[in-house]
Structures are given as structure tokens and as C-alpha cells.
Ligand binder design. Structure first.
Ligand code: SDX
Length: 429
């Protein structure tokens, strides 16, 4: 992996030789672990050009708009697999055969319930609390219930924690929604698929158990697949960093949920719908595009741009197709927000500002329109993202802990005061 070398010439220092490591695909990396001996650190705020780890889970080619999960293109997984198959793939490295899938589905089903006492945690929250605030709390609280599986050095404990998290996130997400609505929380059912079960727990009540629309269940499952994992994004890097200290998996996932909440990351799907409501009409698009381009205006076109994709986000393409399918199957014609979003995309992508900066719609641009069509309230959009991304987070956590790793501890460029002595209070000016 390291037959090439980079040479760093630092004035007044002997040249520093650094190994160059080559992966399966993608850019080579310069291994700077030996740089410290030269008395220098690398400096890369925001990790614009830093590989934080080695991984086999997901590969993104930002220039070509390619996203692979264990080598399989996201378009094929979205079209030819379901979310639990994708979970099995991310967690284990291969797609399951029929027997493995049946076993995995059954195992997940038998872990969908949460401890009855978890319900009491909700009562401490206001009913109008943001659902992500509640999710951070109740997912972190899971670590108080599973003392039998918190030894992160035990592969069986890592396995059962991963299954528990994948299985329980839909239950917790639906509980968060029911709590906000003041409705009774619904128990999961073992006769439903993963997506059907989630929609059942979200929208059914003890008074009436309606059958789940296959169209909506398929759309929900597709949304889960498209959000499952995405390499070393901010929330996944947060989970890896938390995990590197030996924190338990439930606490690490709660940290990932917190990082995802930001509008620059997973909070963008909720922000897109808010933005579309703010724009209101096609006639206002130019005003908002001008705001997005104005350096003195903090406004950004939500759902546009990406740190890695400098071409179309392949998930946005599949999401748009799903949008058309779902709205068509639901008989929703000329959805005003979809019309507005399509017009906004059209105008933005002819504007030199967006073209020069390769700002294309990302995964969050169309997802909200589908979620709204399914009946999910805007405030729950990022909870859905967290539900779906949990398998990605825990797969990276498992991968890191399955081999040698060190606690993540970046250094800094210090530009504060040099050493100085304290002056007694009475003598301070
Ligand atoms: C997700 O990392 C992942 O993989 C994340 C994710 C995943 O699956 O985990 O894909 C999910 O988080 C998708 C991104 C969702 N966020 C949004 O849609 C929010 C809007 N987008 C921006 O905030 C921004 O594009 C980011 C945060 C997504 C990326 O920011 P970068 O990589 O730091 O890029 P940047 O801010 O330096 O932008 C480069 C230029 C700047 O202009 P200049 O200083 O060069 O003149 O492009 C401009 C930015 O001002 N720009 C935008 C813009 N995004 C970037 N201008 C207007 N509107 C935008 N949306």
C-alpha cells in the first residue's frame, strides 16, 4: 500500500520523506503520521483535504457523482434492494442471500420494542420540543438500559448493539412524533416490513389500525436507503471520534444525531421546505438567488452544494425520480412546492455563480417533498435522516473498533498569547 513516497522540503530542515498510500479507487493519500518528528503539524480546518481513516464501507467520487456502498452503486441498491438488505451490506460487507436476509429481518423484528421505562423519558420534554432534541435525549438514554452489551471490545456486544440500534430507531422516532402530537405511542408489529412498521407506528392509533399503503411504504424504504451512509461526513466523523474514546455505541449515535441536526448537514432537508415556503412563488426566485450569492447575506440555497460532490449528487437524481413516482401514484398533480423546487433548480443551474462553484441539488433538495407527500411533518424530516443514517454510523463505529485504532486527538495552530505571568487583582488596570 505504500510503495510511493512524497518528499517535503522544509527550509532549514532535512527533507521529510512521507509514504504515499494507495486505496482500491480514489485519490492516494500522503501518510503524515511521521510529520510530527519534523516539529510540524498539517493544518486543514474543516478537513478539506484530510483522510481521517481507512474504510471499506462507502466510496464517493465527487467529480463523477458516484456513490458506492461496499462497491454497489446507490442507484442499483435503491432500485433492486430494500433498506434491511442495505443495512446487512453496510454492516457485514456483502449483500445477504435469502437465508441470511430472512434471519436478519427476523432478528431486527425481535428487537424493535424499547424498554417500557423509556416512555417516562419523554415526559420531561415539552410537547413542542424540536423532535431532534428529543431524539438526542432518548437515544443517549438507551445506554442506561443495555448494561449487558456495553463492552465495546466484545464483538458479540458490538453486533447486538448494532442490531438494537437499527431495530429501535423507527420505534423511537415514531414515539417522538406521537409525543409531539399528544397521541398514544404505538407498539411495533412483527407482521409488517421495516418501512410499513414505521408508518404504522407513526400514523395508526389504538382506535383505528389502517392498512399501510404499499406506495408509501416503498417510498419510505427508498428514502431510508438513500440516507443510509455517506463516507466520512460530519456526523459519521463525530460518531467515529466519540467511539475512539471508548464511549458506548448508544452515546456515540446520540453524538451523531446532534451533529446531523445542523442546517449545513442533515438539518437541510427541513430547511429546504422552510426555504420553499419563504420563496412562496416562482416570481420571488430571483430575489432569493441574489440573496444566496450576496456575501453579506448569510442565506444559502438550502439543498444545494456539497463538500464532495462537484457534480450531481446521485441520491438527488434518484430522489427526484422517486418524487415523480410517489406524487404520480398518489395522484398529486402540480404539487406547488415541487414545481417551485424544479424551477429553482432550473434557474440556479443556469446561473454562473452556481455553475462556477459546482453547486448542484444534494440529497436534501427533493427528499422533503416526498416526506411531505408521505405525511411526515417538516419538523420530523431530520429525525427520518437520523433513523436511516444510524446503520451507516454504527457500521463505521463497528469497522473502527474491529481493528487497531487510536483515540482521535487533533492538534492546532496556536495564535493566542505567549506565556505571561498573572498580575494580582489589586494591580490590574
Ligand atoms: C448533507 O458530507 C456529506 O456527505 C453530507 C451529506 C450526507 O449524506 O451525510 O451529503 C448530507 O449534509 C448534504 C448537504 C446539506 N446542506 C445543505 O444543503 C446546506 C446548503 N449547502 C451549503 O451550506 C454548503 O454547500 C455545504 C455545507 C453543503 C458545503 O459547504 P463547503 O463544502 O464548506 O463549501 P463552501 O461553503 O466553502 O462553498 C463553496 C462556495 C462558497 O462561495 P465562495 O466563498 O467560494 O464565494 O460556494 C458557496 C459558498 O458561499 N456555496 C453556496 C452554497 N453552498 C456553497 N452559496 C449559496 N448557496 C449554497 N447552498
Amino acid at each position: 500500500m505504500a510503495d510511493k513516497k512524497a518528499q517535503l522540503i522544509i527550509e532549514g530542515n532535512a527533507p521529510v520523506e512521507l509514504p504515499i498510500l494507495t486505496g482500491t479507487v480514489g485519490p492516494d493519500v500522503i501518510d503524515v503520521r511521521g510529520l510530527g518528528a519534523s516539529g510540524h503539524f498539517t493544518f486543514d480546518p474543516g478537513f478539506m483535504a484530510t483522510a481521517s481513516c481507512e474504510s471499506k464501507i462507502t466510496y464517493i467520487d465527487g467529480d463523477k457523482g458516484i456513490l458506492l456502498h461496499r462497491g454497489y452503486p446507490i442507484e442499483q441498491l435503491a432500485e433492486q434492494s430494500d433498506y434491511l438488505e442495505t443495512c446487512y451490506l453496510l454492516l457485514n460487507g456483502e449483500l445477504p442471500n435469502a437465508e441470511q436476509k430472512a434471519q436478519f429481518v427476523s432478528t431486527v423484528k425481535n428487537h424493535t420494542m424499547v424498554h417500557e421505562q423509556l416512555k417516562t423519558f419523554f415526559n420531561g420534554f415539552r410537547r413542542d420540543a424540536h423532535p431532534m432534541a428529543v431524539m438526542c435525549g432518548v437515544v443517549g438514554a438507551l445506554s442506561a438500559f443495555y448494561h449487558d452489551s456495553l463492552d465495546i471490545n466484545n464483538p458479540q456486544h458490538r453486533e447486538i448493539s448494532a442490531v438494537r440500534l437499527v431495530a429501535k430507531m423507527p420505534t423511537l422516532a415514531a414515539m417522538v412524533y406521537k409525543y409531539s402530537m399528544g397521541q398514544p405511542m404505538m407498539y411495533p408489529r412483527n407482521d409488517l416490513t421495516y418501512a410499513e412498521n414505521f408508518l404504522h407506528m407513526m400514523f395508526n392509533t389504538p382506535c383505528e389500525i389502517k392498512p399501510i399503503s404499499p406506495t408509501l411504504a416503498k417510498a419510505m424504504d427508498r428514502i431510508f436507503i438513500l440516507h443510509a451512509d455517506h463516507e466520512q461526513n460530519a456526523s459519521t466523523s463525530t460518531v467515529r471520534l466519540a467511539g475512539s474514546s471508548g464511549a458506548n455505541p448508544f452515546a456515540c449515535i446520540a453524538a451523531g444525531i446532534a451533529a446531523l441536526w445542523g442546517p449545513a448537514h442533515g438539518g437541510a432537508n427541513e430547511a429546504v421546505l422552510t426555504m420553499l415556503d419563504e420563496i412562496g412563488d416562482v416570481s420571488n426566485i430571483d430575489t432569493f438567488i441574489a440573496k444566496a450569492k450576496d456575501k453579506n447575506d448569510p442565506f444559502k440555497l438550502m439543498g444545494f452544494g456539497h463538500r464532495v460532490y462537484k457534480n450531481r449528487d446521485p441520491r438527488a437524481t434518484v430522489m427526484k425520480q422517486t418524487c415523480d413516482e410517489v406524487l404520480g401514484e398518489l395522484g398529486i398533480k402540480n404539487d406547488p412546492q415541487l414545481e417551485l423546487a424544479m424551477r429553482l433548480e432550473e434557474i440556479a443551474l443556469t446561473d454562473p455563480y452556481f455553475i462556477e462553484r459546482s453547486l448542484y441539488p444534494n440529497v436534501d433538495f427533493y427528499s422533503g417533498i416526498i416526506l411531505k407527500a408521505i405525511g411526515i411533518p417538516t419538523s420530523m424530516f431530520t429525525v427520518i435522516f437520523a433513523l436511516a443514517r444510524t446503520v451507516g454510523w454504527i457500521s463505521h463505529w463497528k469497522e473502527m473498533l474491529s481493528g487497531p485504532y487510536k483515540i482521535g486527538r487533533p492538534r492546532q495552530l496556536y495564535t493566542g498569547e505567549p506565556q505571561r505571568d498573572i498580575v494580582e487583582l489589586k494591580d490590574r488596570k
